[in-house]
Ligand binder design. Structure first.
Ligand SMILES: Cc1cc2nc3c(=O)[nH]c(=O)nc-3n(C[C@H](O)[C@H](O)[C@H](O)COP(=O)(O)O)c2cc1C
Ligand code: SF4
Length: 409
C-alpha cells in the first residue's frame, strides 16, 4: 500500500467507540423496510459491508417517531423495530465491524399520508417547497414545547439504538431534514434565540446533540452529519458550516460527517452529479417521480469528480479539532491517501461500497485501488424498487428476502 493510505487502516477512537480502521459506510436509504419493518435483506446488506472490511456501517434513515418519517417504508426507532435491529447489529458485530443508526426527523420534508399535526413542523412556518409534491403547501414553526418534545424523541431513539445493540448514532443535520431546516437560512427565519446568524441557527441542533450525549454519550459514539455547503444561492455556505462545526464541537460531538446539498433545492450537490433522465422514468414511486421531473427543469449540469466536497471540507478541517469524516466522491486509494494527508480522520463512502462491499478489503490487500462506481446514480432509483437499493452494475437483491422481517431469521 502506498504512502499515507496505510494510515487509513489504523484504529481510531470516536467518543467511547474504537473503530478498527477509518472507513465508514455512509447512510444510503436501503429501501429494505417495507411498511417500516426491517427486512432480512437489510441485515444481509449491512453484514456484507461489515464483511467487506469497513469499520462501521450506517443504517440509513431511522425515524425518531412516526411523524418524523418521510415515507411509510422507513425504519422507525420504536419498540417494534428493536428485535429486527438487534439481528442486524449482531450480524455486523460477528463480522468485526460497528453499527451506527442514522437518526432522522423529516420536518417539512414529509410525504406521509397522515400526520398528527395539521401541517408538518419546521424551523419556520409558511410556504413549504416540498409541499409542491406532497400537497402539504404549508408548514408550522416549532413552538418551545415542540422543541422540547422532539429533542426528547431524539434521546428516546438513541436509547433504543443502544438497546438494539448499536455502537453509534448519527444525528442527521443535513440534506434538508428537520435539524438541517434549523441550520439553513432558507428555512430558518426565526426571530427568537434559534434564528439569526449561523451560530444561532445551530443552537437547536446543538441542544439536541447535548441531550443525546447526556443520555448515551458514554456508551455510544454520537456523530452529526452536516452540510459543508447547501449548494444553492441563498443556502448555507462553507463559512456558515465552519460556525456550525464550532458550535457542535463545543457541544461535545464525537465526530462530524461532512456532506452537502439539499434534497429539494440542490440534490445534484449531494451526489456531485446529476440523475440520469432515463432513471427518472423508471421510478416506481409516483410522488418521487414527479418531484424529480420537476427538479430536472432547473438543475445545472454537474460532472462528477472525485472528492467533490474537498475544497469546502478543508475549511472546516482548518477551523476545528474534533474528528472529521470526509464524505463525497471518495473512491480511490489515492483519494484516501490525500484525505489522510490533509488531516481528515475517517473516510465515509456511499456509492463506492454499494458498488462493491468488498472494496475496503481489496484496498487493504492491494487487489483494487479504485472503485468501479460510475456515479450514474441509478442506485438512487433502486431505493424504491421491491428489491431495495443496489448497484445496477450487479444483479438486483432478492425480493423475497426483502419481504421477510429480519427477526424471523
Ligand atoms: C441510494 C442512495 C441513498 C441515499 N440515502 C441517504 C440517506 O438515507 N441518508 C443520508 O444521509 N444520505 C443518503 N444518501 C447520500 C449518501 O449518504 C452520500 O451523502 C452521497 O451518496 C455521497 O457520498 P458518495 O459519493 O460516497 O456516494 C444516499 C445516497 C445514495 C446513493
Ligand atoms: S448504480 Fe452502481 S455505478 Fe451507479 S452510482 Fe450507484 S453504485 Fe455507482
Amino acid at each position: 500500500m502506498f504512502g499515507n493510505a496505510a494510515a487509513s487502516f489504523r484504529p481510531i477512537r470516536i467518543g467511547p467507540l474504537q473503530l478498527r480502521n477509518r472507513f465508514i459506510k455512509s447512510a444510503t436509504n436501503e429501501g429494505m423496510a417495507k411498511g417500516g419493518v426491517p427486512s432480512q435483506m437489510l441485515v444481509e446488506h449491512h453484514r456484507r459491508i461489515a464483511a467487506g472490511g469497513a469499520a462501521m456501517t450506517t443504517v440509513a434513515y431511522c425515524a425518531i417517531s412516526a411523524d418524523g418519517r418521510t415515507f411509510v417504508d422507513q425504519v422507525t426507532l420504536d419498540d417494534a423495530s428493536l428485535p429486527h435491529l438487534r439481528v442486524l447489529s449482531d450480524a455486523v458485530h460477528r463480522e468485526g465491524a460497528a453499527a451506527c443508526a442514522q437518526l432522522t426527523h423529516g420536518g417539512a420534508f414529509n410525504f406521509l399520508p397522515s400526520l398528527s399535526t395539521r401541517y408538518p413542523l419546521s424551523a419556520s412556518g409558511g410556504f413549504n417547497a416540498a409541499g409542491v409534491i406532497s400537497g402539504r403547501l404549508l408548514k408550522t414553526a416549532m413552538t418551545p414545547p415542540d422543541l422540547d418534545r422532539i429533542a426528547e424523541e431524539f434521546v428516546a431513539a438513541a436509547r433504543r439504538a443502544q438497546q438494539a445493540g448499536f455502537d453509534a448514532v448519527e444525528l442527521h443535520m443535513g440534506h434538508g431534514y428537520l435539524l438541517s431546516q434549523f441550520l439553513s437560512p432558507k428555512y430558518n427565519r426565526r426571530r427568537d434565540e434559534y434564528g439569526g446568524a449561523a451560530a444561532q441557527r445551530a443552537r437547536y441542533p446543538a441542544q439536541v446533540l447535548q441531550r443525546v450525549l447526556d443520555a448515551v454519550g458514554d456508551k455510544l459514539a454520537v456523530s452529526c452529519k452536516i452540510c459543508v455547503t447547501e449548494g444553492f444561492k441563498g443556502g448555507a455556505t462553507d463559512d456558515d458550516a465552519v460556525e456550525v462545526a464550532r458550535v457542535l464541537e463545543r457541544s461535545g460531538a464525537h465526530l462530524l460527517v461532512l456532506s452537502g446539498g439539499m434534497n429539494v433545492e440542490a440534490p445534484w450537490a449531494i451526489f456531485g452529479s446529476n440523475m440520469p433522465a432515463a432513471a427518472v422514468e423508471t421510478m416506481q414511486n409516483p410522488v418521487v417521480k414527479f418531484a424529480t421531473r420537476l427538479m430536472r427543469l432547473w438543475e445545472p449540469k454537474v460532472n462528477f469528480r472525485e472528492l467533490y466536497f474537498l475544497e469546502h471540507s478543508r475549511k472546516l478541517r482548518a477551523a476545528v479539532n474534533l474528528p472529521l469524516a470526509y464524505l463525497g466522491g471518495a473512491k480511490s486509494l489515492a483519494g484516501v491517501q490525500q484525505l489522510m494527508d490533509e488531516g481528515f480522520d475517517c473516510v465515509v463512502m456511499g456509492r463506492a461500497l454499494l458498488h462493491d462491499p468488498q472494496l475496503i478489503n481489496k484496498f487493504r490487500d492491494g487487489t483494487a485501488t479504485v472503485s468501479g462506481c460510475t456515479a450514474c446514480n441509478q442506485c438512487v432509483v433502486m431505493m424504491y424498487s421491491d428489491a431495495g437499493t443496489s448497484c445496477v452494475l450487479h444483479p438486483p437483491n432478492d425480493v423475497a428476502m426483502n419481504r421477510m422481517p429480519a427477526a424471523a431469521h
